[in-house]
Design a protein around this ligand. Structure first.
Ligand SMILES: CCCC[C@H](NC(=O)[C@H](Cc1ccccc1)NC(=O)N1CCOCC1)C(=O)N[C@@H](CC1CCCCC1)C(O)(O)C(F)(F)C(=O)NC
Length: 327
């Protein structure tokens, strides 16, 4: 029951990656998110003003739909967006991986950011089921439901830079997708995230600075959010870079040459190419950085700007771990 699905960038800046998911034959474009554990979809139960532009799941058209009466969900994300609604189960298919009895959370309310993000029809959470928000009983993620039917209890992310489709694979590690060896690191699941301790950083050709960085591998976050020491060291090497409070982060002249950022994973040095760190135009001739401060978050987030430079294995075996390889 292994599967593979394309992950297509939603816009020119790879702000998020969307994947086709079929729920009893109804196909929606969902954001696969290793930072949360709810599978929720835009639905016909939303007010019509909030439905516009989205593909909607209609449970009344599904023969395998089973409502879970009295079950509810309500989620708020780090960027302040959120959604809530009711719950049922159905057959969910991702590439070749099909599961029955998967909890599907129907949105009856979504925040304005979701309404305006018309390419996004919902999220497929791939964090640990311990942080699923359904009450009175938390539900399993798609990966947890599928795990026992996969050749091995893993999924991999091979996201691409700028306008190229990548893939998520379930059940197999495709050795044609990476070079060299895979470095594995243990994961702490206490907070429900794919959380690990990074071993340090280097900017450009500078020397490697050993430091423990508590970070999560998060496909649902666009940028890299790291401690101020890293951010300061990085932008010190970018002429004209400065923190712009009106933009809410570091910006620099779009013509600037950006150094690579190396992030340590155990003994492995993961290199993020400098050009990946020019996220998007900000205002005038300034561009917005793909590396920003993690202050206020509580941990660092190695989001898409980092993940798309690597081949990443999310190993859900009894001792969960993360694997990284160059590609
Ligand atoms: C700084 C703290 C993290 C912020 C992070 N959001 C993001 O990274 C959003 C994602 C997005 C892209 C396109 C359109 C709309 C939203 N991007 C974002 O804030 N920016 C602003 C900075 O420039 C880059 C784009 C987040 O909340 N990620 C969620 C999942 C997203 C929620 C909003 C919709 C898209 C998915 C998460 O699940 O990964 C989480 F772990 F952060 C979380 O909140 N878990 C509970």
């Amino acid at each position: 029951n292994d599967g593979s699905v394309t992950a297509s960038p939603e816009d020119a800046y790879d702000s998020e990656y969307l994947c086709p998911v079929s729920i009893d034959g109804q196909t929606l474009a969902l954001d696969f998110d290793t930072g949360s554990a709810d599978l929720w979809v835009f639905s016909t139960s939303l007010p019509s003003s909030e439905q516009k532009g989205h593909t909607l799941f209609d449970p009344s058209k599904s023969t395998n739909w089973k409502a879970l009466s009295g079950y509810k969900w309500n989620i708020t994300y780090g960027d302040g967006s959120g959604a809530s609604g009711t719950v049922g189960t159905d057959v969910v298919t991702v590439g070749g991986t099909s599961v029955s009895g998967q909890a599907v959370e129907i949105a009856t309310k979504v925040s304005s950011a979701f309404v305006s993000d018309t390419a996004n029809d919902g999220l497929l959470g791939l964090a640990f089921s311990s942080i699923n928000t359904v009450t009175p009983k938390a539900q399993h993620t798609f990966f947890d439901t599928a795990k026992s039917s996969l050749s091995s209890p893993v999924f991999t992310a091979d996201l691409k830079h700028r306008q190229l489709p990548g893939t998520y694979d379930f059940g197999t590690i495709d050795s044609s997708k990476y070079t060299g060896t895979i470095t594995y690191i243990d994961v702490d699941t206490a907070n429900g995230f794919w959380e690990f301790t990074g071993s340090g950083y280097a900017v450009g050709s500078g020397s490697f600075v050993s430091s423990s960085i508590d970070a999560i591998a998060d496909t649902g976050t666009t940028l890299i959010y790291v401690p101020d020491a890293v951010v300061t060291a990085y932008y010190k090497q970018v002429s004209g870079a400065s923190y712009d409070s009106s933009q809410g982060g570091y910006t620099f002249p779009c013509s600037a040459t950006l150094p690579n950022l190396t992030l340590g994973i155990g003994s492995y040095h993961a290199v993020v190419p400098g050009q990946y760190i020019n996220y998007s135009p900000a205002s005038g001739s300034k561009c917005f950085g793909g590396v920003q401060s993690d202050s206020g978050i509580g941990f660092s987030i190695y989001g898409d700007v980092f993940l798309k430079s690597q081949f990443v294995i999310f190993d859900g075996s009894s001792t969960p771990r993360l694997g990284f390889a160059a590609k």
